[in-house]
Design a protein around this ligand. Structure first.
Ligand code: JFZ
Length: 461
């Protein structure tokens, strides 16, 4: 009887224990991050997707980085702040937001062909404008000449193409009358409490209305009102997990300033993954302790649409190595596009979509569903691994810089090698020679892909 009660209790506790905070005792490796790593199906899918597209779209796209004929320095999606635009003045941009060329099917096709497996779209950025016709504010897409929901058709089209949708939501809101950057009086407290209810209502609305969406990406957590009162973050996270069990949330829901992993009062990290790698990757070869994702802009720091790009912007030649590096360190990589106000993408972005897509179509197996490698960081590129269908594993060697020796040495005994071939043309095998009892030397093909060539090495168990 006692045994039975104990058993029932254990089963019951296991059933109610949050699956999202399983702390592993194993030493960290890119294959198995050590901290608070979920291993349920949704999180495994999130992780296997590896390559995402961030989309920043809102009224700032109408301004395009210019105000009253002047180029405003700083990130285009922050123009309201940088140009000191009064909220009422800024809100008039809604009368000009009319993306008549918005074609969610065309977006979804381009995005699927680009090889990305998920899209994170700004449902509401700091400006407070909502891309869906929210019941809880009139400052939304319904009040524009366009007049109808932008998110629903996107979720439908992406889902039809097999691309997941994640929702970005800013805690900062420069439009809502109850938002406070700091709580300095009891009135501020009451206002911010009302704003907090508004956020909860909007997030519940989003999760109920678009049930396909299972990941929330928070931002704008650094104002004192929110980050100096971490009980808001704790309450918000608990609320969301109740509204949608199994939901995946980035750590910027947390109250910390840095965007890096922060802990709640019980010592658990906020959220399920670290979204703090912003336009920066972890040091090559290091092992982040947590599921993570890096976000990368094409120009230096522009997320929303800016008409005039000056200076350098990244092309696939820089982005492909970043993607491969992220995968080799067990993280996701998300490239950012800022659509134009008419609903189309600028040529520089379409070129990135085409070039990444061409490479991913041939070499995606080296990215999707892989884990980081335990071989350490080589000089010539990046390594990922995956369990092989025939047992054992496949090691993907993504070569960006061809070594002068024309060969790659790897600590694998020759008898363990089952097959070695180039991933973009598996019939073209690569010669593998014994290079000592514990090492092979792999011959690098003569003709390399202009972006990167992947050698797949299948190793028996
Ligand atoms: C924020 C936003 O301000 C920006 O507009 C954009 O949406 C981006 C994705 O997120 O900017 C940040 C947030 C966090 C860091 C840097 C920029 N950070 O942690 O280094």
């Amino acid at each position: 009887m006692t045994k039975h009660v104990l058993f029932t209790t254990v089963v019951f506790l296991a059933a109610i224990a949050p699956t999202n905070h399983v702390v592993s005792a194993d030493p960290p490796s890119p294959a198995k991050p050590a901290l608070a790593t979920r291993d349920d199906a949704a999180m495994r899918r999130w992780r296997a997707n590896r390559f995402g597209l961030f989309i920043h779209w809102g009224l700032y796209a109408v301004a395009g980085g210019q105000w009253q004929g002047k180029e405003i320095a700083g990130a285009a999606e922050w123009i309201q702040t940088y140009a000191n635009i009064p909220a009422a003045e800024y809100a008039k941009l809604a009368q000009q937001f009319n993306p008549t060329k918005y074609d969610p099917q065309a977006w979804a096709r381009m995005i699927r062909k680009m090889g990305v497996r998920y899209v994170t779209i700004t449902t509401k950025h700091c400006e407070g404008f909502c891309l869906w016709d929210s019941k809880f504010t009139d400052f939304n897409i319904a009040a524009t000449p366009y007049g109808r929901d932008l998110l629903g058709p996107l979720v439908k089209a992406m889902t039809a193409e097999g691309v997941d949708v994640h929702f970005y939501y800013s805690i900062i809101d420069w439009h809502h009358p109850d938002y406070r950057a700091a709580i300095l009086s009891p009135d501020d407290r009451r206002a911010f409490d009302r704003y907090f209810e508004f956020m909860k209502n909007q997030l519940r609305e989003l999760l109920m209305r678009y049930p396909e969406v299972g990941t929330l990406w928070f931002d704008g957590q650094w104002d004192a009102s929110y980050c100096e009162n971490p009980e808001y973050a704790e309450r918000l996270e608990a609320f969301l997990r109740k509204v949608k069990p199994g939901i995946i949330i980035n750590n910027r829901i947390g109250a910390g300033l840095s965007g890096n992993v922060d802990y709640d009062a019980a010592g658990r990290p906020f959220g399920d993954y670290n979204a703090g790698y912003e336009r920066i990757l972890p040091h090559a070869g290091s092992v982040p302790l947590y599921d993570w994702e890096a976000g990368m802009t094409l120009p230096e720091n522009q997320w929303g649409y800016r008409k005039v790009w000056t200076g350098h912007f990244k092309t696939a030649a820089e982005l492909a190595p970043m993607l491969a590096q992220c995968a080799s360190q067990g993280g996701n990589f998300m490239i950012n596009f800022g659509p134009k106000p008419d609903g189309t993408f600028r040529e520089e972005e379409r070129a990135v979509a085409r070039d990444m897509g061409r490479w991913m179509k041939l070499n995606g197996a080296a990215i999707y569903g892989t884990r980081g490698s335990t071989f350490g960081q080589p000089r010539w590129g990046f390594i990922t691994e995956k369990a092989a269908a025939a047992g054992g594993r496949t090691i993907y060697l993504t070569i960006f810089t061809k070594p002068a020796s024309n060969s790659i040495k790897l600590a694998v005994p020759r008898p363990r090698v089952r097959a070695c071939y180039r991933l973009d043309n598996p019939r073209e095998t690569c010669e593998v020679q014994e290079d000592g009892p514990h090492r092979v030397a792999i011959a690098i093909p003569a003709q390399l892909d202009p972006l990167a060539t992947v050698i797949a090495l299948e190793v028996k168990p």
